[in-house]
Design a binder for this molecule. Sequence first.
Ligand code: ZN
Length: 161
Amino acid sequence: MNIANDHAVTFYYQLSEQDGTPLEGNNGEMPMTYLHGHHNLLPALEEALTGLTTGSSVQVVLSPEQAYGPIKPNSVQRVPIKHLASRPKNLRQGAVVRVQTENGAVSGRVVKAGKFVVDVDLNHPFAGKTLIFDIRIESVREATAEELAHGHAHGVGGHQH
Ligand code: ZN
């Protein structure tokens, strides 16, 4: 079965930067399952996977524009610590926090921590990076009616309720 809209696709991946620095991946761990054609992956990544089948391996290179966009210089915000949507115990530089914005809660990285406020960089951690995905398709199947209604895949590697 070839990957098309309304299919549940299970895959393994390794994500690296252009210079080969590994960023994340799930090789040797639980595969990931997503529902194709429902905006669950980056659009350019979904497009590259369309038509592949079980056992296919592919390398997909995404420019920052196709991935998480360029680094925006003006996205450091000063936020009162008590207004953070979530935060680790240790609020030091580099810590990941959730900040409430008009578009909902987003993740950011602490660039400077004070006693009552933190300066948070709201750029996506992969912003400005060319991303290289090495992907192996583990399985492709028709989505269930329930998955289509929910807009995401269920089961191993999918959404758990
Ligand atoms: Zn669901």
